[in-house]
Ligand binder design. Structure first.
Ligand code: MF3
Ligand code: ZN
Length: 561
């Protein structure tokens, strides 16, 4: 029976370009997971969208001397283009700027308000006398009271990940003018998180299948005591508060952005012409909901969103939240402000998607931070993609094409070594499937590459180019067997490397989309016509390492000006 899988992926702020850290953090793992499940024949809905609100956007607009709507329009279009080029296959990629989203957020807000889970209260908040304004979230910086990090912002500390209230900051200062804020009172709505403390703790404790970092962080966060949190802000950009008297305030970006998972599901249903279809994923108990996010987003997905869902009632809670750790770049922290990053549009303008997808899968920061370096990018491309996987396919397909009339030869009867490598391929299917289902992507791609290595060993041992001189049947058997394993690799690699798997699918003489052949080991029929062989990957010259590192430094100093 087909399983039903909902995949929510963190909504990127449309306030700057995407970089490799975002991709390794959540978009690539989500896409791998979705591709596997779709190929398997499961019923997948994967949604996300651009996060268009909140102080991340307004701060950027003020820095650039432009307006928030211009900032979000520019980056939203750029994101959509990046997903296409990188092969991140959302069922819907929308934004928080739609009517439908506002409606969904208002419905959530009103329901929680009516049930008493949202209430009005007076808040003491930082106010900059010089700029004559309140300083919500990113407008105020200071020292984190928990970990002493000095760049903490009003709502969260980037260092320790804890959510904060702005008045908790030690030595607070206005982001723009540096003035020490006064404290003034302002009316806001609060989410009664305290009411969910016991239910959340009991629920989280049952999630023994979660990654240990996610489980520990969430358990400690809840056990440490949940305080009610303000969910409106003194700003003019964002989703309006659906209550009279709050015309000059907006809903807190995190309260509304997480509702995006639900609003995007509804929008997708609408567009499909089946307006109730979203219920299959949100109300049907058999659907499992996965949320792919970076570790800085954990509390919003394992505490705040579940609390909102519990309060609202009748909708599925997250099944798993496989949050990734961070990616560093040439051993340094990736930084947008210091311009220390490999920007996605820039990468995709110069290199193909699959080598990046491969490297980030093989070095995915699942249980610890990982480093991206151009030297390692080149090594993985040249030694693994080109030498191990690409050459295996290329040398077998060219040799077969030349010596067997461009078609798959008849293997005759299989011998022990052919049966052994085919058995390994069968095993790999099981292993990789189990790893993918459990969101162990790094280990999964390692197992696929392991099979490619085994296949190379088989080819070296059976040496069809030598065999063909004395025993054509032995060569035919070795080639058919190798082509079978290559066909297996095409499917196993598909979730990670969709573009080269599609090419290989066609080189093997098939038509149509590779994913339509399912998650199965297809052995080629004798006589099947092959396409004219072409290499799958391109070897890189050593000189590119220095060029890319130089480029990083230049861009980085330019950004510091
Ligand atoms: N915009 C947030 C970030 O970039 C992520 C939002 S995820 C969602 O950190 F839950 F709001 F959807
Ligand atoms: Zn901190």
């Amino acid at each position: 029976m087909a399983e039903r899988i909902f995949i929510g992926v963190a909504w990127p702020y449309a306030n700057g370009p995407l970089h490799i850290g975002h991709i390794a953090g959540c978009y690539l793992p989500a896409d791998i997971f979705a591709r596997y499940h779709r190929a398997r024949g499961n019923d997948v809905l994967m949604v996300s969208g651009s996060d268009q609100h909140g102080t991340p956007i307004t701060v950027r607009a003020e820095q650039e001397g432009t307006t928030p709507d211009k900032v979000v329009a520019k980056y939203h279009a750029e994101f959509v283009e990046s997903w296409r080029k990188l092969g991140i296959g959302f069922d819907l990629y929308t934004s928080t700027g739609t009517q439908n989203h506002t409606q969904t957020v208002h419905e959530m807000f009103r329901s929680l308000l009516e049930q008493g889970y949202i209430y009005k209260g007076s808040q003491s908040l930082p106010y900059c006398p010089k700029d004559a304004r309140f300083l919500p979230d990113r407008y105020v910086e200071g020292t984190c009271p928990h970990c002493r990090y000095d760049g903490a912002r009003g709502d969260q500390c980037d260092k320790c990940g804890r959510t904060l209230n702005p008045i908790d900051l030690v030595g607070a200062r206005c982001k723009f003018c540096g003035t020490t804020p006064e404290i003034r009172d302002s009316e806001h709505y609060l989410l009664k998180l305290s009411a969910f403390q016991d239910r959340l703790l009991a629920w989280v404790k049952q999630q023994t299948h979660w990654r240990s970092n996610v489980l520990n962080f969430s358990t400690n966060f809840i056990a440490g005591g949940l305080n009610d949190r303000a969910i409106t802000r003194d700003i003019e950009w964002g989703v309006p508060v659906p209550v009279p008297g709050f015309e000059h305030k907006r809903i807190y970006v995190w309260f509304e952005a997480v509702c995006g998972y639900l609003s995007a599901s509804k929008e997708w249903s609408q567009k499909k012409g089946q307006p109730d279809k979203w219920k299959d994923y949100w109300q049907n108990k058999d659907c499992r909901a996965y949320y792919f996010i970076g570790k800085d987003n954990i509390p919003f997905h394992t505490v705040i969103w579940p609390a909102m869902l519990m309060g609202y009632g009748g909708l599925n809670l997250p099944y798993d939240v496989p949050a990734n750790e961070f990616l560093t770049l040439e051993t340094q922290k990736i930084s947008t402000s210091r311009n220390w990053a490999v920007w996605l549009p820039d990468y995709l303008a110069r290199y193909p998607a699959d080598p990046l997808r491969y490297y980030l899968s093989a070095s995915m920061p699942e249980s610890s931070d990982m480093d991206f370096s151009w030297r390692e990018y080149l090594r993985r491309n040249n030694d693994e993609l080109v030498a191990t996987y690409g050459n295996l396919a290329h040398r077998i397909l060219t040799f077969t094409y030349r010596n067997f009339n461009g078609a798959v030869p008849d293997p005759g009867e299989l011998d022990a070594s052919a049966r052994a490598i085919l058995a390994k391929a069968d095993d790999a299917f099981q292993t990789v499937e189990r790893l993918l289902r459990d969101c162990h992507f790094k280990a999964a791609i390692g197992a696929v590459m392991g099979l490619a290595q085994d296949a190379n060993r088989y080819v070296d041992e059976t040496a069809p180019w030598r065999a063909i001189k004395q025993d054509r049947q032995a060569a035919a058997r070795a080639l058919w067997t190798s082509i079978s394993v290559i066909s297996c690799l095409k499917t196993l690699m598909y979730p990670f490397l969709p573009f080269s798997s599609q090419t290989l699918h066609e080189l093997l003489g098939n038509q149509g989309a590779v994913e339509s052949t399912g998650w199965a080991f297809h052995k080629p029929a004798a006589g099947q016509k092959l396409a004219v062989p072409t290499p799958l990957f391109t070897k890189l010259e050593d000189s590119m390492i220095e060029e890319e590192v130089q480029r990083l430094r230049q861009v980085s100093t330019a950004g510091q000006k």
